[in-house]
Design a protein around this ligand. Structure first.
Ligand code: FAD
Length: 277
């Protein structure tokens, strides 16, 4: 039975220690590999053992060898039970309590070798210059705007005539943004919708307001074609005066979440608003 012992020396990150330990376990050809349970070893040993195809145990306080049988001991249940156990799998990486490492190595006749991991390849990005990302249009997120205009999934739904009107919806929304200077918010349903992504290129996940979206701060908010569900409306907690346009008189906004709810067709309302502007 071959027993090897290693001790990490120098400085090393996880990215350096894990491959170095895995290589050491493999290239040593040892059945049992002893390591001291320092924070560096404990951080990297799980990954190293997996890469080396080894089994691993930690917090070992004693090791005995009797022929081909290796028996380890460790405390369980907050030091209430001292377990004596063995493993058939090889290689077996045994991580001892750090203070017991030297004594255990001496007991089993293994001389610890220092392992200094090679410096990791540099992955630092070198910046050659900057080019404006440019989304192909102007930004619809305007934190300084007085008004937050929120577009919900209703803009993509079949309307009274039984058809969707995506192009008209997009033109109405962008028309209003251009004339009012408002910032554009959206519901999760709308930004998650593939057909909306195609038609509403001016909008992205960055516009999403809500629990899993943004919490913008504007003096006023106008919600259109959005149901006013709680996960969306929590994103409105810093919006002052709130108004909503929805066909449904029982939508979430009517439940005390908006100051004014216009029960109306947002296509018609916003067409008229754009005309007036
Ligand atoms: C864990 C979790 C986190 C979430 N996080 C968020 C989040 O961060 N942000 C978010 O927005 N959602 C979030 N949601 C989803 C949220 O619960 C709602 O599903 C979502 O907000 C609904 O979007 P909506 O109101 O645009 O769409 P819908 O619920 O489909 O509502 C569309 C509305 O449009 C109205 N409508 C249709 N046509 C017209 C018209 N012509 N005129 C006027 N009104 C019309 C309809 O009456 C309807 O009320 C989350 C959900 C979960 C479970």
């Amino acid at each position: 039975m071959k027993i090897a012992a290693f001790n990490l020396s120098g400085q090393g990150s996880f990215a350096q220690d894990a491959p170095a330990l895995a290589d050491a376990v493999k290239s040593s050809g040892a059945d049992i590999v002893l390591l001291p349970g320092t924070s560096r070893v404990r951080r990297a040993v799980g990954a190293a053992a997996m890469r080396a195809g080894a089994e691993v145990d930690t917090n070992v306080v004693d090791l005995s060898i009797d022929g081909e049988t290796v028996t380890a001991q460790r405390w369980l249940y907050r030091q209430r039970i001292l377990a004596t156990f063995s493993r058939a799998a090889r290689p077996w990486v045994v991580v001892t309590d750090p203070s017991l490492f030297a004594g255990i190595c001496e007991k089993v006749g293994a001389a610890p070798a220092a392992l200094d991991p090679a410096p990791a390849a540099s992955s630092r990005t070198t910046v050659n210059g900057l080019v404006a990302a440019g989304g192909g249009g102007e930004s619809t997120i305007r934190p300084d705007a007085k008004l937050l205009f929120v577009a919900g999934a209703g803009w993509t739904k079949k309307q009274a005539d039984g058809a969707t009107h995506l192009d008209e919806a997009a033109a109405t929304i962008t028309g209003f943004l251009a004339k009012s200077g408002a910032s554009l918010g959206s519901s999760k349903s709308l930004v998650d919708m593939p057909e909306a992504a195609e038609a509403f290129k001016f909008m992205s996940h960055m516009n999403q307001v809500g629990q899993t979206g943004a919490t913008p701060r504007h003096a006023k908010g106008l919600s259109t074609c959005c149901h006013g569900e709680e996960p969306h409306v929590v994103g409105w907690r810093f919006i002052g005066e709130r108004r909503a346009v929805n066909l449904d008189a029982n939508c979430g906004w009517a439940q005390g979440k908006a100051d004014v709810l216009y029960v109306a067709d947002a296509f018609e309302v916003m067409r008229k608003v754009n005309e007036l502007l």
